[in-house]
Design a protein around this ligand. Structure first.
Ligand code: PBG
Length: 326
């Protein structure tokens, strides 16, 4: 028998060597920080199921973005919490240029033009039904929803969005939004498609934060079945043909195989959304002293990167930036 001279441990013998051979690194360049916006002034309200994550009024949101910029974060995605009284069947409030969301986007872009500002396109924050699409007789209508989503995307582009993030999972929305943007001279506005967005219980804390849970039923007729992987390839193919600039997988941690398969089969940059429930689990276990929260955080973020995501939307972004400050 030939003597095997390979000893993989040699490449692990010191930190210097480990760092030399390390294949994946995390940096603040990788992250988009999702942030929650509420009405009012001087408001900072912690999300009960997401310790360390707040719902900010626009004045304080601006200050928080400034603090994040100083820590090296450059990219933000803002989600609005809309007053119940303003919600209706057709999500009209989403087009109100003087309303909470659009006016705040404008403020952010005016104050920090260098920031990458991503916005959310979907009806649920503004919908009295709490669904991402238009509801008629208990059904979520696809094509009727597309018209609303296009208007929403245009209003957000007008307000200064750099990347539009359709999170609704209606068929054909990327193509329709691309067309609408291009027709209105927004050829430079990008689309990060929520390509493979699963019908997941990991969104629970987010729906608490925005009070956006569906008023009836679930989202299984538009979000994907967690049991499926091949279907993600169909979605990715369509989004690519329709003109997406990024393909996103959501949630991230239970769907690392999906991230990897999109990375292997497509050339567009892959993003992953490390969602609210994934954040909450780490925080809850860490608070009990059952895990080392920061180490688990970095391990999770690395696993998402290793799987093939070059962009990570994560509530850990600021915390990571703080702990890894030079
Ligand atoms: C809805 C939307 C959701 C999230 C982002 N956009 C929840 C849902 O589909 O019900 C979840 C993000 C998270 O859990 O962090 N358009």
């Amino acid at each position: 028998m030939e003597l095997n001279t390979q000893r993989p441990r040699r490449n692990r013998k010191s930190e210097a060597i480990r760092d030399l051979v390390q294949e994946n690194w995390l940096s603040t360049n990788d992250f988009i920080f999702p942030m929650f916006l509420i009405e009012g002034k001087n408001k900072k309200v912690e999300v009960a199921s997401m310790p360390g994550i707040y719902r900010w009024s626009s004045d304080l949101l601006l200050k928080e973005i400034e603090a994040c910029l100083q820590l090296g974060l450059k990219s933000f995605c803002v989600f609005p919490s809309i007053n119940d009284k303003l919600k209706d069947k057709t999500a009209k409030e989403s087009l109100n240029t003087k309303g909470l969301y659009l006016s705040t986007l404008k403020l952010i872009k005016n104050k920090f033009p260098e920031v990458m500002l991503m916005t959310d396109v979907a009806m649920d924050p503004y919908s009295s039904d709490g669904h991402d699409g238009l509801v008629k007789n208990g059904e979520i209508l696809n094509d009727e929803t597309l018209d609303i989503l296009c208007k929403m995307a245009l209003a957000q582009a007008e307000a200064g969005a750099d990347i539009i993030g359709p999170s609704d999972m209606m068929d054909g929305r990327v193509g329709r939004i691309r067309q609408a943007l291009d027709k209105n001279k927004f050829t430079n506005v990008s689309i990060m498609s929520y390509t493979a967005k699963y019908a997941s219980a990991f969104y629970g804390p987010f729906r608490d934060a925005l009070d956006s849970a569906p008023k009836f039923g679930d989202k299984k007729t538009y979000q994907m079945n967690p049991a499926n992987s091949t279907e993600a390839l169909i979605e990715a193919e369509l989004d690519t043909m329709e003109g997406a600039d990024f393909l996103m997988v959501k949630p991230a941690l239970s769907y690392l195989d999906i991230i990897k398969s999109l990375k292997e089969n497509f050339t567009l940059p892959i993003a992953a959304y490390n969602v609210s429930g994934e954040y909450a689990m780490v925080k809850a276990a860490a608070a009990k002293g059952w895990i080392d929260g920061s180490k688990v955080r970095d391990e999770i973020l690395l696993s998402i990167k290793r799987a093939g995501a070059s962009v990570i939307l994560t509530y850990f972004a600021k915390e990571f930036a703080l702990t890894n400050k030079k």
